[in-house]
Write a protein that binds this ligand. Structure first.
Ligand SMILES: [Zn+2]
Length: 100
């Protein structure tokens, strides 16, 4: 028997293969100047890269992961998938506390 899939938002049990997968990749704006070849030519690319590597060596793996790339993966039931698509950022993030 296939393992049950629970919706990561509402925790409902989802029928096999009826769920949606949301992937989020969060990464820093890649400011390494690899996009602009003219800039690269003007710059001492080897030295710049070596410096970058040196900086990276001093970071922990977690630091690096946080800075460079985070990937999240969530499983959603069909109704949460619709809601997610309508508001992918889950706005507003701030929940007003005065409405109970
Ligand atoms: Zn759900």
């Amino acid at each position: 028997m296939a393992s049950r899939v629970h919706c990561d938002i509402c925790n409902v049990v989802i029928a096999p293969h009826a769920h949606y997968i949301v992937r989020m990749d969060i990464f820093a704006d890649p400011s390494i100047p690899e996009l602009n070849t003219e800039d690269l030519e003007e710059m001492d690319a080897d030295a710049t890269f070596a410096k970058l590597i040196e900086q990276m060596k001093q970071m922990t793996a977690d630091d690096l992961q946080d800075q460079v790339h985070r990937r999240f993966e969530f499983k959603l039931c069909p109704s949460c998938q619709k809601r997610f698509l309508a508001n992918p950022l889950g706005l507003p993030r701030k929940v007003s506390s005065g409405e109970n």
